[in-house]
Design a protein around this ligand. Structure first.
Ligand SMILES: C[S@@+](CC[C@H](N)C(=O)[O-])C[C@H]1O[C@@H](n2cnc3c(N)ncnc32)[C@H](O)[C@@H]1O
Length: 236
């Protein structure tokens, strides 16, 4: 099996790009490229946590993993589009994970959207040498104390303690946000470029007892492959 098949969950839970996965608790996810118009269900999110690719090289490794050849030539275009999506969703609070290189740019973007912006020193893979940052924007002054925590623990903390009905993630990957929301009895919505990665979340939740059905995005009036928004990308 290919290294980027992620254990083959996508064969047991195939996800097509014109389908929405609707879980039995009302949570929804979709294989989707954020450069396309946002699926309407993403507007349900009143809180966001997103861990996007951190720079151009990293972005394009995810295109390779997704078997795509439409490599991107600008990280700025990507993160501008990410923040455009966040602005459209307009959650009460928003957390975005990022590496050192673009930390200042992300703080600037967050300040355009929120009155109170802070950031936390964090790490990934529970390894103190793997540094990252989590930028938080909110319209409320009160901020949680998350400095120095691993990003996985930050996600768990947010899903358990933030004030929200439905958490959104625009780059869901294998779905830490979805798993932690479900563990806390909360709904989630998400999009992810790579169907193989998203299928890992669907399978994990299925094993935890959360059933789902798939519905054509056309059937419920959502854009399938409509015209390209801000930046042209090749079709899938
Ligand atoms: C660092 S990973 C997120 C990991 C995630 N927090 C998890 O729990 O697995 C970034 C994700 O962004 C996705 N991604 C990259 N470009 C994207 C795009 N244009 N639209 C949507 N998702 C994208 C990648 O496929 C990857 O899964």
């Amino acid at each position: 099996m290919n290294k980027w098949d992620y254990g083959g969950a996508y064969q047991r839970h195939p996800l097509a790009e014109n389908e929405i996965v609707i879980f039995d608790d009302g949570s929804m996810v979709k294989v989707h490229n954020i450069f396309y118009p946002l699926p309407e269900f993403m507007l349900k999110a009143d809180l966001i946590f997103v861990d996007p690719p951190w720079n151009l090289g990293n972005l394009n490794t995810f295109y390779t993993k997704a078997d795509r050849a439409d490599y991107q030539d600008s990280y700025e275009k990507f993160y501008k589009r990410l923040f455009e999506c966040i602005a459209q969703i307009n959650p009460k609070s928003c957390y975005v994970e990022i590496g050192k290189e673009y930390l200042a740019d992300f703080i600037i973007e967050m300040r355009r959207l929120y009155k109170y912006v802070t950031f936390y020193n964090s790490m990934y893979y529970h390894n103190k040498d793997r540094l990252c940052y989590v930028v938080r924007g909110s319209n409320k002054a009160k901020k949680p104390k998350l400095d120095g925590m691993d990003e996985e623990d930050i996600i768990a903390w947010i899903c358990a303690n933030e004030d929200y009905e439905c958490i959104g993630d625009l780059c869901m990957g294998r779905g830490l946000v979805g798993i932690n929301a479900y563990k806390n009895g909360k709904r989630f919505v998400g999009t992810e470029l790579n169907h193989k990665r998203l299928a890992v979340l669907v399978e994990e939740l299925y094993k935890m007892g959360l059933g789902y059905k798939k519905q054509s995005s056309r059937a419920i009036g959502l854009p399938h492959r409509c015209e390209v928004h801000a930046t042209p990308v090749l079709p899938y």
